[in-house]
Structure formats: structure tokens, C-alpha cells
Design a protein around this ligand. Structure first.
Ligand SMILES: Nc1nc2c(ncn2[C@@H]2O[C@H](COP(=O)(O)OP(=O)(O)O)[C@@H](O)[C@H]2O)c(=O)[nH]1
Ligand SMILES: [Mg+2]
Length: 320
């Protein structure tokens, strides 16, 4: 699959990212969803030789099973039906092209993550198990690969194992991790991290947090306190909050994102574990319903298994 060519891109938005392996990683990560979306529709179109109501029904079911959500599914199916009636139908390839176009348009309409200048502090939030710590390692690698000095802050002080896990990543990546004892105040960890960062001329501090949704007010207080520490101790650092969601949770991830973004001001989303689900269409549902920028996609457990979210490429990997 790594030999596969980049899709032919026409929209102005999508100068293909030059990062090596981007397309191969994205394709591999979305493989299960792609199969879910294309296999039965493909069999239907090829079996019947036309795009008719029955093939449209297959398409509708596939879109729903891949978790694109009811609204988007209905819009897509209606649009395909319209085009077919206007004589733009045809074979499977034509159908795939239509879907890539339509989904790109939907995704391009969603907000984009504003780049923030260095030095910057990224706060990573999300419920336990969604992939926060792993995502931090990936973000750190991305940052370091682009020449930035990175420092990690073990702000999930709730469990010793969480601190240790971040330190293991720090060792692997050759990055400093600022930590304190389990149970200590995350804002104090951030305070230490900021001072270490200034001393070492760090460009990017990435902060792990214990995102426990059942203690919403605690979470809010905790994040507000971290915010105040950054404001006071590092006013020159730009800040952003990334919410990590597990794509294998499907529509539950949508609910989680709604709850979180009502509690915490979120700048962007990271959808993880796309490699382990046939429900990757949830990315489309989330991008449209939440009006929050999807920033990155997690496509594996390794430090390199993160790709930037790009609308056109994402649509092409789903349906192309
Ligand atoms: N397959 C896959 N596994 C992932 C991905 N991101 C995280 N994981 C796994 O999900 C589990 C929980 O991740 P972790 O970073 O500890 O989550 P946290 O509790 O939110 O910090 C670990 O086993 C990770 O290896 C991903 O993109 N793909
Ligand atoms: Mg963690």
C-alpha cells in the first residue's frame, strides 16, 4: 500500500502534504472503514451494472454503519440520487468520485485549527483510555521532527502509572519529562515545566492531564488553574487545548466531545485509533456536528502514527 500514489487533488485547499508517508499512513489507518464503505456498494454496483435505488440503499446502510451519522448520510445519498437523475451517474469509480467530492466539501466547510506560534503550550485533555498520553508522544515527535525543542509535563498526577507511561515515552523519544509525585497538584507540575522550559529554551511544552469527566467542576478548576500558571509564568507562550477522542467509540465520541467542549474551551480535536475501527466516518459526523476543528488523526500505537487532518485527503482515503 505504501507504493500507492497520492490522490489526484484539485481543490485549492489541498496542496498535498509533503511529509513522507502521509498518504500511506492515512490509507492504512482508514482501511477498515474504507472496506466497510466500499465493499458492499461496490458489489451492488457491479452486480447490477447501474446506480439505482437498490445500490443507493446499500450506500445508505454502509454510510450509517461507518458512523457518518444520519444527517450526513441522508444528504450524501440525496445528492448522489440527484446527480444520477441529472445523468451524472455511471460506474463505481464515478460514484466514488462523487462521494469524495461531496465529503470534501462538507469537511472543508468545518472550522480549521489555527496554527499557534512558538513558544507554545499544548494542553491535552480527554477521558481515560482514549489515547492522550500516546497522542502526546506523537505530537512531541511531530514537533521535534520539525526542529522544535519539546518538553513534556506529566500533569496526569492521578495515577503513578500515567506518570511512568509518559516517562517511558520521554526516554524513547529522548525528551525531558517534568514530573512530580503521584497525587501532586498538576498546576505545580506545569509551574516546574514552564521554568524548565525557559531555562532550556524550549519551543513547545506538551501537558498531559487527568481528564476525568465525572468530576467536571474539578476538571474545570484544574484546567483553569493550569491556565493561570501559564498566564503568570509564561505569558509569551501561546496556548491551545486539544481534546482527544477515541474513534472506536463511534457516536459516543460525539457525545463525549459535546460534554467536554461545554466544560472546557477546546481549540481542536484529535481522533485516535482509526486503525482499529470500521466506524471512521465518525470523524465526518464530529467535524460537522461540533463545529470544532479536527486537528490530527491517530492511526496506530507508534510515535509516528499520527497524521494531520486534511479534508480532501481524508475523503479520498475513505471513498477513493
Ligand atoms: N491502535 C491504536 N491504539 C492506540 C492509538 N492511540 C492510543 N492507542 C492505545 O490506546 C491505549 C490507551 O492509550 P493512552 O495513551 O494510555 O490513553 P490515555 O489514558 O488517554 O492517556 C494504549 O494501549 C495505546 O497504545 C491509536 O491511534 N491506534
Ligand atoms: Mg494517560
Amino acid at each position: 500500500m505504501s507504493d500507492e500514489a497520492e490522490p489526484h487533488l484539485t481543490l485549492e485547499e489541498s496542496e498535498a502534504p509533503k511529509k513522507k508517508g502521509f498518504w500511506a499512513k492515512l490509507k492504512r489507518g482508514l482501511n477498515m472503514t474504507h472496506t466497510e464503505l466500499i465493499e458492499r456498494v461496490s458489489a451492488a454496483v457491479q452486480g447490477r451494472g447501474v446506480i439505482d435505488e437498490e445500490t443507493l440503499e446499500e450506500l445508505e446502510e454502509s454510510l450509517l454503519r461507518a458512523d457518518l451519522g444520519v444527517t450526513t448520510t441522508m444528504e450524501l445519498v440525496d445528492e448522489v440520487r440527484d446527480r444520477v437523475q441529472r445523468g451524472q451517474g455511471g460506474d463505481l469509480v464515478r460514484l466514488q468520485e462523487m462521494l469524495v467530492d461531496q465529503v470534501s466539501v462538507l469537511l472543508l466547510d468545518a472550522p480549521k485549527l489555527e496554527p499557534v506560534e512558538t513558544p507554545r503550550a499544548t494542553l491535552v485533555v480527554g477521558v481515560n483510555g482514549v489515547g492522550k498520553t500516546t497522542t502526546i508522544a506523537k505530537l512531541a515527535k511531530l514537533s521535534a521532527d520539525s526542529g522544535e525543542r519539546v518538553l513534556l509535563a506529566a500533569g496526569d498526577t492521578f495515577r503513578a502509572a500515567a506518570i511512568d507511561q509518559l516517562c517511558v515515552w520521554g526516554d524513547r523519544l529522548g525528551m525531558e519529562v517534568v514530573r512530580q509525585k503521584p497525587g501532586s497538584d498538576p498546576a505545580a507540575v506545569v509551574y516546574d515545566a514552564v521554568h524548565a522550559a525557559k531555562a532550556r529554551k524550549v519551543d513547545h511544552i506538551i501537558i498531559d492531564t487527568a481528564g476525568r469527566l465525572h468530576t467536571k467542576s474539578n476538571l474545570m478548576d484544574e484546567l483553569a488553574k493550569i491556565g493561570r500558571v501559564l498566564e503568570r509564568e509564561a505569558p509569551d507562550f501561546s496556548r491551545r487545548v486539544l481534546l482527544v477522542l477515541d474513534a472506536t467509540n463511534g457516536q459516543n465520541a460525539v457525545r463525549q466531545a459535546k460534554e467536554f467542549s461545554a466544560t472546557v474551551p477546546v481549540d481542536g480535536l484529535v481522533l485516535t485509533k482509526l486503525d482499529g475501527t470500521a466506524k471512521g466516518g465518525v470523524v465526518v459526523a464530529i467535524a460537522r456536528e461540533l463545529r470544532l476543528p479536527v486537528a490530527y488523526l491517530g492511526v496506530g500505537e507508534g510515535a509516528s502514527d499520527l497524521v494531520e487532518f486534511r479534508a480532501r485527503e481524508f475523503a479520498a482515503a475513505l471513498f477513493g
